[in-house]
Design a protein around this ligand. Structure first.
Ligand SMILES: Nc1ncnc2c1ncn2[C@@H]1O[C@H](COP(=O)(O)OP(=O)(O)O)[C@@H](O)[C@H]1O
Ligand SMILES: [Mg+2]
Length: 318
């Protein structure tokens, strides 16, 4: 399908792991401190993250098995920003937990750089709405914490703490405690702490959902800038389609239970994007139309209007 950013901003694309990486845009800025590990921008052709035929079923309270994820296939290129949208309960968080290695899928496999995920690893980090910051530690100590766990020596920890606090514009708050900061600033501390462990892949689960609109807009700008400067690969889950268009190179839409990839959209709009931009709105409308069908299905299930959750008696319990 041809792409025309002005008339048809969001382009549904087939799932194609070998699709060529886009060149240009805001990527590739340098200016990184030497102590900070650079991520090569040239892709080896192997997807950074590959989810292959992922199925996951949970046991419900009544003892049935609920199929939450059904044959999910997704590939993410190194340095790509993939957003995943879908109605509440479609398995977005579950998918990130699997990629983080916190939970085991029922079947299928997850590869990072071609290597099978068998548990948590320092190459990935999960960032979610509940920040998990320690109230008894200062901002700087919170940022150092992950590195300490990773065994990074003190001098390097201090240098990286300075670097990443500068990156999220919080240098002046190094000695503050988190209760002295606003919600948006706390989210930036969490981001700095995650980045400081230098994972290749950031798995972000609705990280800005609880923030007011103004703070969220600022954090969109900052996240995009940080992504461009550090070359990280991001998988960002949200139920907010405009947020997905604002940030993503690509948006994958999941169906309501069981979660399947309904469609993928390539977001062919110049960066930085503005939430209120007419092209962003146009692209969002297209995805929203598809999402609405899934939300209607979820409402039918939640309010018991005839449709029952998809249960699979034969699938192994997790
Ligand atoms: N530990 C669990 N046990 C049983 N069911 C679960 C568990 N975690 C999630 N679920 C169910 O799996 C489905 C997907 O959940 P989740 O991944 O949290 O969805 P989302 O993040 O898209 O809102 C939901 O129906 C949810 O109720
Ligand atoms: Mg969730």
């Amino acid at each position: 399908m041809s792409t025309n950013a002005h008339n048809f901003p969001a382009i549904p694309i087939p799932i194609d792991p070998c699709a060529p990486a886009r060149i240009g845009g805001v990527r590739g800025k340098s200016g990184r401190a030497t102590v900070v590990r650079a991520i090569p921008r040239i892709s080896s052709g192997i997807p950074k993250v590959a989810l292959s035929d992922i199925c996951l079923s949970y046991r419900t309270q009544s003892g049935e098995r609920l199929l939450a994820l059904d044959h999910i296939n997704l590939q993410v290129k190194a340095g790509e920003f993939l957003c995943i949208v879908g109605p509440s309960g479609c398995g977005k968080s579950t998918l990130l937990h699997l990629a983080a290695g916190l939970h085991q899928q029922t079947s299928g496999e997850i590869l990072i750089d071609g290597k099978r995920v068998q548990g948590p690893g320092t190459d990935r980090i999960l960032i979610f709405q509940e920040l998990g910051l320690f109230a008894w530690l200062t901002v700087g100590q919170n940022v150092e914490f992950g590195m300490k766990m990773k065994g990074v020596n003190k001098a390097e920890r201090e240098e990286k703490t300075r670097y990443y606090l500068r990156l999220v514009h919080l240098s002046h708050f190094k000695d503050s405690y988190t209760h002295q900061l606003s919600g948006g600033m706390r989210q930036r501390v969490a981001l700095a702490r995650a980045l400081a462990t230098e994972p290749d892949v950031l798995l972000m689960d609705e990280p800005f959902a609880a923030l007011d609109a103004q703070t969220r807009d600022l954090l969109h700008d900052e996240l995009e800038r940080i992504w461009a400067e550090t070359g990280r690969t991001i998988i960002f889950v949200t139920h907010n389609v405009r947020e997905a268009i604002r940030l993503g190179d690509r948006v994958a839409l999941l169906t309501f239970r069981p979660g399947r990839v309904k469609r993928e959209f390539l977001v062919d709009l110049p960066r930085p994007r503005v939430l209120e931009d007419v092209h962003v709105a146009h692209a969002a409308r297209e995805i929203l139309d598809e999402l609405r069908e899934e939300i209607n299905r979820s409402l039918e299930v939640e309010y018991n209007v005839g449709v029952k959750p998809h249960v699979e008696p034969g699938v192994e319990q997790q």
